[in-house]
Write a protein that binds this ligand. Structure first.
Ligand code: PLP
Length: 301
């Protein structure tokens, strides 16, 4: 009776059988219709789909690139699948020169002159620590008819996640990401035309429970960003006498270069003392030079 009244108030038809039958679909729609407008605001892209993971979003975006085109990827500060997915899809990938994980603009221009490029796939911030010159990157690529696919797994909710400077945005909501739902991801497009090419490659993500977690984690995003930013600031202050790469940039790891074994040990001992997770570079997903990456983004409140 209550339900009938509520539906009548909303001007909906009374068809209780359909309500019961469609309940999972209905609640799925509710969660997605919660998430999508928020993601539209955060990305500044109107056309958006939730995917099962970040790599699925990358694969869907790259599936729309003609097979005779080259995909540009950064030589460092990228994600592991940038090296694998183009190949799997039958696309040739080539690396663009970087300066400590930032795309080098003349290196980018050089590759655009050399090859017929279908897309540049890169991460902002590079390797979770190097703010990219995203406006310049976008302008250079646009002039050369090369699409820009920007991975914002490490910047969603910050000024670096800006769909005005990318044709496609991709992101992961997996473990150790800013939206740490431990599942899911998304792909978004600036233009409807491009989205319609990419969408058929996105498998519908309909795990209701996981969608609820994603929704909650997106709500908690500002708090998580503040928490991680404060932690990183403290680390940078504690290690002020070390060579911290791009320490002024927005980032969620702190990459500390070392010259000697003694310096390396001091940084590792600091991490052990403060119970901070760390990984060793050279590493494609951070920096191709000797350094310790303090994995701030793995911390939980
Ligand atoms: C920057 C970046 N992009 C994409 C991915 C892939 O995301 P997923 O593990 O959800 O497929 C990751 C995963 O760690 C990542 O760090």
């Amino acid at each position: 009776m209550e339900l009938k009244k509520k539906r009548e108030e909303k001007g909906q038809k009374n068809n209780s059988t359909a309500i019961i039958k469609n309940k999972p679909l209905f609640s799925l729609f509710m969660v997605k219709s919660d998430i999508i407008p928020t993601l539209q605001k955060l990305t500044r892209h109107q056309h958006l789909e939730i995917t099962a993971r970040g790599d699925a979003a990358i694969a869907a975006a790259l599936s729309a690139i003609p097979k005779d085109k080259v995909v540009l990827i950064p030589e460092e500060g990228g994600w592991l699948s940038y090296l694998k997915i183009p190949k799997k899809l039958g696309l040739k990938a080539t690396e663009v020169k970087c300066d400590d994980a930032k795309i080098n603009l003349s290196g980018l221009q050089k590759k655009l002159n050399e090859f017929s490029c279908g897309a540049l796939l890169y991460q902002n911030p590079g390797g979770y620590f190097a703010e990219q010159p995203m406006k310049e990157i976008y302008n250079v690529c646009r002039k050369n008819n090369c699409l820009v696919i920007m991975d914002v797994s490490g910047s969603i909710g910050t000024k670096l996640c800006d769909g005005n400077y990318a044709d496609v945005l991709v992101g992961s909501f997996g473990e150790w990401k800013l939206v740490e739902a431990k599942a899911g991801g998304f792909v978004s497009c600036k233009s409807k035309k491009l989205f319609e090419k990419i969408k058929p490659f996105c498998k519908i993500f309909d795990d209701d429970e996981k969608l609820k977690i994603i929704s909650n984690k997106i709500q908690e995003l500002p708090e998580r960003i503040s928490f991680l930013t404060e932690k990183r600031k403290k680390i940078i202050a504690d290690l002020e006498y070390f060579d911290i790469v791009h320490k002024q940039d927005l980032g969620f790891v702190a990459v500390v270069k070392y010259q000697t074994q003694q310096e390396k040990e001091k940084i590792i001992n600091y991490c052990k003392d403060k119970q901070l997770p760390w990984t060793e570079c050279p590493r494609y997903i951070r920096l191709n030079k000797p350094a310790i990456s303090i994995e701030v983004k793995r911390l939980e409140k």
